[in-house]
Design a binder for this molecule. Structure first.
Ligand SMILES: NC(=O)c1ccc[n+]([C@@H]2O[C@H](COP(=O)([O-])OP(=O)(O)OC[C@H]3O[C@@H](n4cnc5c(N)ncnc54)[C@H](OP(=O)(O)O)[C@@H]3O)[C@@H](O)[C@H]2O)c1
Length: 331
């Protein structure tokens, strides 16, 4: 019986605890594809699951990790075979299905995509759900016609996982990029990722009763929601679009209809979790070739399972810049 190491979260009425345990492959749920996980990553949603916050994981004990990249051990699907290097992100992985913080996962074949050539397993997890989401934001903006000639694109929560890759990708694609960040000491990092201008979070945090304000941004990618999103919508240029993906400030925002009916502003919703694997595969392929991110090393810190608890505290406190890669010991 093969055993493996997994990060284990237990939740009682009064507390949540973490430990690293030995699990058996027989403990994993039924599924078509068994994967030896080489890398995972830390996303905001992982921290929510691991600390017992509502809305992600219903059943404990649990192994989180919404991202996993590794090698197929066995498969009953014709889509992937033993030895294939694969990526599995989103769907129910790490929510109520044991996730990438275990050395093995077993999942349905429709959750799995072959890793494109040109992207290592490690790089795919530096990108992870955060990068896939940033790329989906850019893809949707482009499908609405957003072009570099339109003017500056604002990214909120810019030092976060989604935000930092969004900055990197927009700059790589030639967009003038403005980064909004609460971390005054990270302006140099954001500039090295390609931001043309870094502005402090407080600049967009105040509420203002006016329904529209002078246009400042051609388009935007919003990772935070709340009052900041309210302010972004008021400041979008005519025909501007904002791709909305996150809620770290608040899931609630307010707006009058005026920016929509007087400026033709568009609000674009982004879901990286349940979209079909065919669309995820297309985006992974693009990130492996024409959207290659050469600055990924600048974004990345690396931990193992024993560093996860501290990483969750940092991400929930908004202290993390860039991406945290999780490396499992080689088989
Ligand atoms: N829709 C989807 O499919 C999808 C996929 C992935 C993630 N998400 C969501 O997107 C959001 C970002 O995820 P992530 O993994 O990038 O998280 P993250 O790494 O924690 O980044 C969030 C960033 O937002 C800023 N921030 C933190 N607290 C804030 C506050 N109270 N007010 C304003 N800004 C604040 C910080 O950046 P600065 O210090 O630079 O301001 C922080 O680094 C989360 O809500 C996550 O659940 C959604």
């Amino acid at each position: 019986m093969t055993t493996f190491r997994a990060f284990w979260v237990e939740k009682t009425e009064s507390e949540v605890s973490h430990q690293i345990v030995e699990r058996s492959i027989d403990d994993l749920p039924e599924g078509e594809v068994l994967i030896r996980v080489a890398f995972s990553s830390v996303n905001y949603k992982d921290a929510m699951s691991a600390t017992g916050l509502p809305g992600v994981t219903k059943h404990y004990p649990h192994t989180p990790g919404i991202d996993a990249a590794g090698t197929v051990v066995n498969s009953t699907s014709s889509d992937v075979s033993a030895g294939d290097e694969v990526i599995c992100v989103g769907f129910d992985l790490g929510m109520n299905t044991p996730g990438g913080y275990g050395e093995y996962i077993r999942v349905p074949a429709k959750w799995v995509t072959k890793k494109p050539a040109g992207l290592s397993l490690r790089d795919s997890m530096v990108i992870g759900t955060a990068g896939l989401t940033a790329a989906l934001c850019v893809d949707k903006l482009q499908r609405m016609g957003a072009a570099p000639a339109d003017g500056p694109v604002l990214v909120t929560g810019a030092t976060g996982g989604v935000g930092s890759i969004a900055v990197c990708l927009l700059a790589t694609l030639g967009y003038e990029t403005i980064a909004l960040s609460g971390k005054n000491d990270q302006a140099a990092l954001l500039k090295s990722l390609g931001a043309d201008l870094v502005i402090p979070r407080v600049a967009l945090a105040e509420s203002d009763k006016r329904p529209m304000l002078a246009p400042e941004y051609a388009h935007a990618i919003d990772c935070v929601g709340g009052e900041i999103l309210t302010n972004v919508i008021k400041r979008l240029s005519p025909q501007g679009s904002v791709a909305i993906c996150g809620l770290v400030a608040s899931p609630v925002f307010s707006a009058t209809v005026l920016p929509f009916i007087l400026r033709g502003v568009n609000v674009l919703g982004i879901d990286s979790v349940e979209i079909p694997i065919s669309l995820k595969s297309q985006i992974w392929q693009r990130l492996a070739d024409q959207w290659q991110l050469t600055k990924l090393p600048l974004l990345t810190s690396e931990i193992q399972l024993d560093g996860l608890s501290a990483a969750f505290e940092d991400i929930l406190a908004g202290r993390v810049s860039g991406r945290i890669l999780v490396r499992h010991d080689p088989a």
